[in-house]
Design a protein around this ligand. Structure first.
Ligand SMILES: [Zn+2]
Length: 222
C-alpha cells in the first residue's frame, strides 16, 4: 500500500521510476511480488516513458541467518495492533539497511541520483530502520559510499501515517486492489495480523472500503 502510493506520488511529481522489488524470504513475499508486478504493469501503461524496466532482486541468501517471525524460517505472525509489543517479532534485523544498500548500488550503476522509500510514521515505534534518524544517517552514508552520485533518499511519508498515505493515494487514483499488506503466508489477507489491522483502520478512517479480499469473506471494514 505504501510502496504503491509512493510509486504514484513519484510519477505525479514528474520523476522517472526504476522499480525494484526484493525477495528476501518473508512469509508474504510471493503474494507481495505478484502485486508489485501488477503495479509496474499498471503504472507502465499509464506513463510508459516514465517507468523503467522492473528489477527483481533475490536477497534470500542475505537473510538466511536472520531471525524474525516475518521470515519463513521464523515463528507465527502475531495478531493484534501494530504498536503491541508482540509486533516486534516481525522486525527483520537490518532489512532496510540491506535494501537501501542494494538500491544505492543499482542507482549508482544506472546514473540515478535518488532512491525512494515508503517508510512512514506508523512504523517508527516498532521498526528502528524506518525512523527519521536512521534515514538521515543512511542518506549520509549513501552519499559518501557513492561519492555523492546518489544524493538523496526520497521519503515523502516519513512523518505521515497510513491514513494520510491513503488520502494522497486516492487523490492520485492508486489502484489499491493491486496491493498486499498482510504478513501471513496465505493467498487472501487474514484481516487480523498487525499489518492488516493497521491497513483496515486506515481505510475505515477515510471512509472507504478496502478493495482487496480477506480470508473467510471477512472485510470488517465494509
Ligand atoms: Zn494479515
Amino acid at each position: 500500500m505504501d510502496s504503491a502510493t509512493l510509486f504514484g506520488w513519484l510519477l505525479d511529481k514528474g520523476f522517472e521510476v526504476l522499480p525494484v522489488t526484493f525477495t528476501y524470504g518473508s512469509k508474504h513475499n510471493q503474494y507481495e511480488n505478484v502485486c508489485a508486478e501488477m503495479l509496474v504493469d499498471y503504472f507502465g501503461r499509464i506513463v510508459d516513458e516514465k517507468v523503467q524496466k522492473h528489477i527483481k532482486v533475490d536477497l534470500s541468501w542475505a537473510f538466511k541467518h536472520s531471525s524474525s517471525n516475518l521470515l519463513k524460517t521464523g515463528g507465527e505472525i502475531p495478531e493484534g495492533h501494530y504498536e503491541d509489543e508482540t509486533m516486534k517479532k516481525t522486525v527483520v534485523p537490518g532489512r532496510n539497511l540491506i535494501f537501501a544498500a542494494t538500491l544505492a548500488s543499482i542507482a549508482e550503476s544506472n546514473g540515478i541520483g535518488n532512491i525512494a522509500l515508503a517508510v512512514h510514521s506508523g512504523d517508527h515505534a516498532i521498526y528502528p530502520d524506518c525512523r527519521p534518524e536512521f534515514i538521515q544517517s543512511l542518506e549520509q552514508t549513501i552519499h559518501y559510499s557513492t561519492d555523492a552520485k546518489v544524493r538523496s533518499i526520497i521519503t515523502p511519508f516519513l512523518h505521515k501515517d497510513k491514513e494520510a498515505i491513503l488520502k494522497i493515494g486516492y487523490d492520485l487514483t492508486v489502484p489499491y486492489e493491486m496491493t498486499r499488506t498482510c504478513y501471513k503466508d496465505q493467498p487472501d489477507s487474514c484481516g487480523v495480523c498487525g499489518s492488516c489491522t493497521e491497513r483496515l483502520e486506515a481505510f475505515r478512517k477515510i471512509g472507504k472500503r478496502d478493495p482487496i479480499n480477506y480470508a473467510n469473506g471477512g472485510n470488517n471494514n465494509a
